[in-house]
Design a protein. Structure first.
Length: 147
C-alpha cells in the first residue's frame, strides 16, 4: 500500500501537519494541492463516505473533534484497502491520544517534532509499519527517559 501523504487540518482549513512520502511537488504546489483536497473534503456532508478521488489519488479522511486527518493513497492500490486506511487513521488518533492524553490541535502545533516522530514510527516510505500504540511510542518514551 503506497501512502503518498498524511495531512492534519483544522476546521478552518489550515494545515497543521503535512507528511509527504515523495518530493514531487514544490512547497507552492503542495499548498495549492492541499487547499484543493481540503475544499473537496469540507463540502461533503457527514452522511457521505469518507473517500474522495483527487487527481491520481484517493483521499481517505476522518474528522476527530476539530481536526481532519487525511491520507492520500495511489488510486490503483486502494480499491480494497479504504477501510484499512480508515482504521489506520483511527490508530494514529489513538496513539496521539495516548501520548498527549486526549490530543488536540494545540498539542500538534506545539509538539510538531514529536508528532512527526510518532507518524514516522507508524508509517515509513509510504508503508504502514506499526499499528501497536505501545510499540510506536516506546522509542519516544526511551528518549524522554534519557534526557
Amino acid at each position: 500500500m503506497a501512502i503518498k501523504f498524511i495531512l492534519l487540518v483544522n476546521k478552518q482549513g489550515q494545515t497543521r501537519l503535512a507528511k509527504y512520502t515523495s518530493s514531487s511537488l514544490s512547497p507552492e504546489e503542495r499548498c495549492a494541492f492541499e487547499a484543493q483536497i481540503v475544499r473537496k473534503c469540507f463540502v461533503r456532508s457527514d452522511k457521505q463516505c469518507n473517500v474522495v478521488e483527487h487527481e491520481d489519488y484517493k483521499v481517505v479522511y476522518r474528522r476527530y473533534a476539530s481536526l481532519f486527518f487525511l491520507v492520500g493513497i495511489d488510486d490503483d492500490e486502494v480499491r480494497r484497502n479504504e477501510l484499512a486506511i480508515l482504521e489506520f487513521i483511527h490508530c494514529i488518533v489513538e496513539t496521539l491520544d495516548r501520548y498527549f492524553s486526549n490530543v488536540c490541535e494545540l498539542d500538534i502545533m506545539y509538539n510538531l517534532e514529536t508528532t512527526h516522530y510518532i507518524l514516522d514510527e507508524m508509517c515509513m516510505n509510504g508503508c504502514i509499519v506499526e499499528t501497536n500504540r505501545n510499540t510506536a511510542l516506546a522509542p519516544i518514551h526511551l528518549l524522554e527517559k534519557a534526557t
